[in-house]
Design a protein around this ligand. Structure first.
Ligand code: FES
Length: 146
């Protein structure tokens, strides 16, 4: 467990980060980014599986066979799919309500956009890049990423 500095402690105490220990995926469905079956991309989920305002986590493999998480959100303006690999040093972020929290050094990202809320070890949000966004296509009742 990483050291929690004053800024992170204040963020936790103020409710911004309810708990590092409560970060559980809400949904988990397998996919394989190496097997993009069509030009639309890799099938991630059925359209009906996610409603406006929801965020779900999917686990699968990338083209190298490594485990990867995709965080999918449906906002009022559309779908957003993020790679769950922290842009600081590559740990896998965890969903906690509307935030994605990195267990390694405490970076926090918005779950529905990947925007940085708090950098590693309490550093400013411009210390790291936002989470990688996939291209999302929704067609014929399915959601694809590429
Ligand atoms: S690897 Fe995520 S904050 Fe360091």
């Amino acid at each position: 467990m990483s050291r929690i500095n004053r800024r992170s402690f204040l963020a936790i105490a103020s409710g911004l980060i309810p708990s590092f220990l409560l970060s559980k995926a809400q949904a988990s469905v397998g996919f394989n980014l190496a097997k993009a079956a069509s030009s639309k991309g890799t099938l991630l989920a059925k359209s009906s599986s996610i409603k406006v305002g929801q965020t779900q986590v999917y686990t699968g493999n990338d083209s190298s066979g490594r485990s990867v998480e995709v965080i999918l959100s449906r906002t009022k303006t559309g779908l957003v799919a993020l790679n769950g690999t922290c842009t600081h040093q590559g740990c896998t972020v965890a969903l906690n309500k509307t935030k994605l929290i990195c267990p390694c050094h405490g970076s926090v990202f918005q779950a529905n956009s990947g925007v940085v809320v708090l950098g590693p070890n309490g550093s400013p949000k411009n210390a790291i890049k936002p989470l990688y966004k996939y291209t999302v296509v929704e067609k014929s009742g399915n959601i694809y990423i590429s």
